[in-house]
Design a protein around this ligand. Structure first.
Ligand code: G4P
Length: 281
């Protein structure tokens, strides 16, 4: 799903989020493990202050494991609980409930002191488009869930998914808007396929990807395309075009076709598990 954001949308999304925050104890924020910085909106720190925080590094199946570990440390230092995840499968899901309870232990303790027993923790899922929010809610809630609230005759309210006796989840995720105004953020979002391809210069995107691969993942381009990495990204793209027979009429090299091919192979994971940004940066 692709989104076009306008200032009006952002104001509305923010207002909605502020309202929803009043109802919950824990914010479950999904980020894309390949671009954990660019797939976030730092405004969430302000919106969710005073709430328990859990960051899910989703699509970890496509990201570099060492980098996922480094980002995990980075987010933990900021006071968030962190779990890496592939939301399409149950990998990483089984300990989420434990982490949710751990993240909310202060609230549970506060309740206990006030004599409130067994009040479920209420949580909400947030994230920018395409990070896997719906997939996560479906997998996490599974079939066992029962919806509460909004029953006929009952005061109109929010829909909650009762996950188990301890946790309730708001059934619609909060959508955060990406920080497009930062050009590099836009570029990385485009590389993972979260921004419409038509509005982008595919050649430029592929050159950025090649440059990251060349610098941080030595050997990947050589292995996949049998190209020398001791060249400029543009030369490498040209060589990939030759190797993969990307030619136009008149035998001219078709750079755009080669660019699209490299990007597609990255997105589908065929270039391996690749993270595009690093906490140290
Ligand atoms: P959203 O609600 O945050 O917008 O995201 P959504 O769940 O719709 O997921 C977006 C895409 O990401 C889906 O691909 C989904 O299958 C995929 N996805 C979600 N979690 C994971 C994960 O952990 N690993 C991988 N590899 N993919 C994941 P799609 O249905 O093919 O849609 P499209 O975006 O390709 O059109």
């Amino acid at each position: 799903m692709h989104f076009q954001w306008y200032p009006g949308h952002m104001t509305k999304a923010k207002r909605q989020m502020q309202e929803d925050m009043k109802l919950i104890d824990l914010v479950i924020e999904l980020v894309d493990a390949r671009i954990p910085f660019s797939s976030r909106n730092p405004d969430i720190d302000e919106l969710a202050k005073q709430k328990a925080r859990l960051i899910l590094m989703n699509k970890a199946d496509l990201a570099n494991e060492d980098q996922t570990a480094a980002w995990t440390t980075y987010f933990k230092k900021q006071g968030c609980y962190v779990v890496k995840l592939d939301a399409r499968t149950r990998t990483g899901m089984k300990n989420i409930n434990d982490v949710v309870m751990e993240a909310c232990k202060e609230k549970i303790e506060r309740d206990r002191r006030r004599g409130i027993k067994n009040r479920p923790v209420r949580a909400m899922v947030v994230g920018i488009p395409n990070v896997g929010k719906s997939t996560f809610i479906n997998t996490y809630a599974g079939k066992a869930c029962t919806k509460t609230g909004n029953r006929p005759g009952v005061t109109k309210g929010k829909q909650w998914i009762r996950l188990n006796k301890n946790v309730e989840l708001l059934d619609t995720p909060g959508i955060l808007w990406p920080k497009f105004e930062d050009q590099r953020v836009g570029l990385l979002l485009a590389l993972i396929g979260s921004i419409k391809d038509e509005i982008l210069n595919i050649d430029e995107l592929s050159l950025e990807l090649i440059s990251i691969l060349k610098e941080k993942y030595a050997g990947v381009l050589l292995e996949r395309y049998q190209v020398s990495e001791e060249q400029t990204p543009a030369e490498i793209l040209g060589e990939i075009a030759k190797k993969r027979n990307c030619v136009k009429k008149g035998n001219e090299l078709d750079y755009s076709k080669a660019a699209a091919l490299v990007i597609e192979e990255f997105r589908s994971g065929r270039l391996g598990k690749i993270t595009l940004e690093f906490p140290a940066e």
